[in-house]
Ligand binder design. Structure first.
Ligand SMILES: C[S@@+](CC[C@H](N)C(=O)[O-])C[C@H]1O[C@@H](n2cnc3c(N)ncnc32)[C@H](O)[C@@H]1O
Length: 223
């Protein structure tokens, strides 16, 4: 059984065996090998725009004898998703700008479920998802060395999601999970420093919001 990082492993729970899955920006394809070996899924298409990165993946797929299960594709973003009837896209280990770039095209309309792991600009990513008709069903903070990623599970729901500006910024799901108390305490410290330096009303609003979030998380922890 292949060994993969906790960052990659944290994505496996969002995948169901019925998903027609494409891992875009697969590089080494380690997660995909893990998904097949652990029986989460039987077939997965893996895609990368860089032929050297894709070759890394192909070498690993061959090494683990999974050429019947994992299909490598050289391509930009989800441009080739329709060829493989893809309905679920996974993109991990990237920044939100690149993730949006990968998803932003006519094929996004055929996608039902997105599993995304980004290390920055989460406000922009959430805005993009809602603009494209997705609702955020789960969010999770993942620390990996010095980087902090947020996992997002987004899918097309029965209703159109509506979030406040502060929920776009801090996460409609993250702000409700007592596990994230320390994360929000760190964010509050950063915003307080910014407020001290700038005295901006916008930052004052964020500080107030974070204080309320922290209060509610502390209360939930105590229940
Ligand atoms: C930092 S690696 C992440 C690898 C893996 N997903 C992970 O989480 O460890 C990013 C990969 O995305 C690929 N990539 C970047 N932009 C892309 C695009 N528009 N379409 C497909 N692949 C892309 C890069 O070539 C690179 O191999």
């Amino acid at each position: 059984m292949i060994k993969i990082s906790e960052r990659l492993k944290s994505l496996a729970k969002y995948i169901n065996s019925q998903d027609n899955l494409m891992d875009v920006g697969c590089d080494h394809a380690l997660l995909d090998i893990y998904l097949v070996q652990s029986g989460v899924i039987n077939k997965v298409v893996v895609c990368d725009v860089n032929s050297n990165a894709l070759q890394n993946g192909i070498n690993n797929i061959e090494k683990y004898g999974l050429t019947n299960n994992i299909i490598p594709v050289l391509g930009y973003g989800i441009e080739k998703a329709n060829t493989y009837n893809i309905d679920t896209v996974l993109i991990s280990g990237l920044g939100s700008k690149t993730i949006i770039d990968i998803l932003n095209g006519p094929n996004i309309n055929y996608m039902y479920k997105l599993i995304l792991q980004s290390n920055n600009n989460h406000y922009e990513l959430r805005k993009f998802l809602v603009e494209k008709g997705f609702t955020i069903f789960d969010e999770e903070i993942i620390k990996d060395g010095k980087k902090t990623y947020i996992n997002m599970l987004a899918a097309r729901g029965e209703y159109t999601a509506e979030y406040s500006e502060l929920e776009y910024e801090f996460g409609p799901i993250l702000t409700k999970d007592p596990k994230n108390l320390d994360y929000f305490k760190e964010l509050l410290e950063t915003q307080e420093d910014l407020l001290f330096a700038s005295k901006s009303d916008e930052i004052r609003t964020k500080v107030k919001y974070l204080e309320q979030i922290i209060d509610s998380l502390v209360n939930n922890q105590n229940i």
